[in-house]
Design a protein around this ligand. Structure first.
Ligand code: BT5
Length: 274
């Protein structure tokens, strides 16, 4: 009999499915927590090793960027945080959330016949709706204890009628898009495998192929966009590329002149394609 979509995640099933070298081999599976990122930061401060993974069935205070909420109902989706130590040069740090988004996109492609698109910086979308998001939080940068926690939320078997009305127009899930339930254990194993490969390369080797992969999957490039900057200001223009440090380059028309804007943090709204 197929596993019911609501079957709880188990440690045994996850460890049996993992194909990673280290990521997830140290695993904490929680029934309920405030935020897996908070749990991972606490674990990191207590010395949890590189590659430790915290997974929860439900989050009561799941976080997005800029203190926003990540809606995290029980038993449907994946809420995962990964501790990454042995960080490379600071100028690569900005790429980590983007590379994590590429890993989620690759995992989705390996699980179902779906074509995800990335919205800069790190939204994973299907059919123009958000299926996943990434929140990276760093600790003790510049010290021997430095680490980054990569938090990943991925909507798996959450169906539209179950979603709160306020996010129905903008959110989707793998099951909603593919028309069939997806095994969350397989999903988690695929995600960690794709992430481990990329984090290994990001840490130790040339990253051009990772940055090219991100650019290829990024649906923001070439779009007319509005960016709501964290300062409260807005920029409208055409997104023309990703800078060497992961920032978004926008060309805005001001009267008869063109002005370049480099955006390091903010929210992008796709207005229409050029
Ligand atoms: C993100 O923030 O997209 C980052 C989300 C990271 C969540 C993971 S879950 C595991 C780990 N533990 C945590 O506490 N967090 C991480 P942002 O770009 O700020 O997007 C947040 C916005 O997405 C919200 O304001 C809603 O509009 C929308 N949203 C909230 N929950 C959603 C969901 N489940 N699916 C799709 N969209 C959602």
């Amino acid at each position: 009999m197929p596993t019911p979509v609501t079957a709880p995640l188990t440690r045994e099933a996850i460890l049996a499915s993992l194909a990673t070298r280290t990521m997830g081999r140290s695993l904490r599976l929680l029934d309920i927590t405030t935020s897996t990122n908070t749990a991972a930061i606490d674990a990191a401060l207590s010395g949890a090793p590189d590659g430790t993974v915290i997974v929860a069935e439900q989050q009561t205070a799941g976080r997005g960027r800029l203190a926003r909420t990540w809606i995290s109902p029980a038993g449907r989706n994946l809420y995962v945080s990964i501790i990454v130590r042995r960080l490379p040069m600071m100028d690569r740090l900005g790429w980590l959330p983007l590379i994590a988004a590429s890993a989620v996109a690759a995992a989705i492609r390996s699980l179902a016949d779906l074509q995800p698109s990335l919205k800069w910086p790190n939204d994973i979308t299907l059919g123009g709706k958000k299926v996943g998001g990434i929140l990276c939080e760093s600790q003790a940068l510049g010290t021997d204890a430095a680490c980054v926690v990569i938090g990943i939320g991925l909507n798996v078997n959450w169906l539209e009628p179950e979603m709160p009305p306020e996010i129905r127009p903008i959110a989707t899930s793998l099951a909603e898009q593919s028309g069939a339930p997806v095994d969350r254990v397989r999903g988690l194993a695929a995600l960690l495998l794709e992430l481990e490969r990329r984090v290994d390369q990001w840490r130790t080797a040339e990253i051009t192929s990772l940055t090219e992969e991100y650019r290829a999957d990024c649906g923001t490039i070439g779009q007319l966009v509005r960016v709501d900057l964290t300062t409260g200001a807005q920029v409208e223009g055409t997104a023309v590329g990703i800078e060497p440090d992961g920032a978004l380059r926008i060309v805005a028309q001001k009267g008869s002149t063109l002005a370049d804007h480099i955006v390091r943090s903010g929210d992008v709204v796709h207005l229409r394609s050029r």
